[in-house]
Design a protein around this ligand. Structure first.
Ligand code: KIV
Length: 310
């Protein structure tokens, strides 16, 4: 059972072990479902996956879901097993894995490598990939082609795209092509140079424009709308204005879901954190202590001991 849901919740039912006599919620894939991979992971080939409709049902039921970024197979596996419903292969891999200053330099080819690693590790979570800067803005055709690569080569289940109502026609084309789209509004990091840096969006008079963006994107078929750095009152108004679920990062507590970058959440990254970050562990200290102890044991000849020796 997911830690964020009750036994009767849509999210729990999505992945519950089926009663042998009951009609399964989702039928076994008629064309085979990667049995070799599923068997290797120790799960049945018919194991359920969180789908976009489960997130929609969660909103209708007044439940919340959790989303974290992941960029590699181990974190994907750990978060998946911890019951995180949605994993985001964010273009924040640019900053958090590749060491760039912003999310702008990461390429579609680089994103696909991270997507492939995450989809190899996640058996239950819905895996969403960011369309990186430069991979969708030129035309609808460019957006469709980039998403096809993320899904065909990266094996993700949905994409996330930054931008407001202007991109509604793109969202419509993608959804008609069978590509589920999570829209990303509010502070959109790919536009940080246009927006003048990291600034809260949708304050005061700008709140209505944000609601209009969300309505246009949801009408165009977005299955979810993510809001970054938005006042809680604006985010609550957006959540109320659309049927599809919203996800927040620095958007208060009214959204259906919440997302954090995992290195922030787990304390792998140190330094000044954004106000919206809560750190649930201090992984940097844990890893640094382990590395120091290993180094000392190697230098002193304690490691490798007889038990590590052939
Ligand atoms: O790339 C990313 O990690 C994101 C989150 C900050 C929402 O877009």
């Amino acid at each position: 059972m997911s830690p964020t849901s009750t036994p009767d919740s849509p999210l729990s039912k999505a992945t519950a072990v089926p009663d042998a006599a009951a009609e399964p919620a989702e039928l076994a894939a008629p064309y085979g479902a990667g049995a070799a991979t599923a068997k290797a992971a120790g799960i049945p080939a018919t194991a359920a996956r969180i789908r976009t409709h489960h997130l929609h049902a969660a909103k209708q039921a007044g439940e919340k879901f959790a989303m974290l970024t992941a960029y590699d197979q181990y974190t994907a596996q750990i978060f998946d097993e911890a019951g995180i419903e949605v994993l985001l292969v964010g273009d924040s891999a640019s900053n958090n894995v590749l060491g760039n200053e912003t999310s702008l330099p990461i390429t579609l080819d680089e994103m696909i490598i991270f997507c492939r690693a995450v989809t190899a590790g996640a058996k239950r979570a819905l895996v969403v990939a960011d369309l990186p800067f430069g991979s969708y803005e030129a035309s609808t055709e460019q957006a469709v082609a980039s998403c096809v690569r993320l899904m065909k080569e990266g094996l993700v289940h949905a994409v996330k795209m930054e931008g407001g109502a202007y991109y509604a026609p793109t969202v419509r084309a993608l959804t008609q092509a069978g590509i589920p789209v999570m829209a990303h509004i509010g502070f959109t990091p790919q536009s940080e140079h246009m927006l003048g840096g990291y600034r809260v969006q949708g304050r005061g008079d700008m709140a209505q424009a944000m609601i209009d963006d969300a309505v246009a994107l949801a009408d165009a078929g977005a299955f979810c709308v993510l809001m970054e750095m938005v006042p809680a009152t604006t985010a609550a108004a957006v959540e109320a204005a659309i049927d599809v679920p919203t996800v927040g990062i620095g958007a208060g507590n009214s959204t259906t879901g919440q997302v954090l970058v995992w290195q922030d959440m787990a304390g792998l990254r140190t330094g000044k954190m954004a106000k919206f970050v809560k750190q649930y562990a201090q992984l940097r200290t844990v890893l640094a202590d382990a590395a120091k102890e290993y180094g000392q044991e190697v230098r002193s000849g304690v490691f490798p001991g007889p038990e590590h020796t052939f």
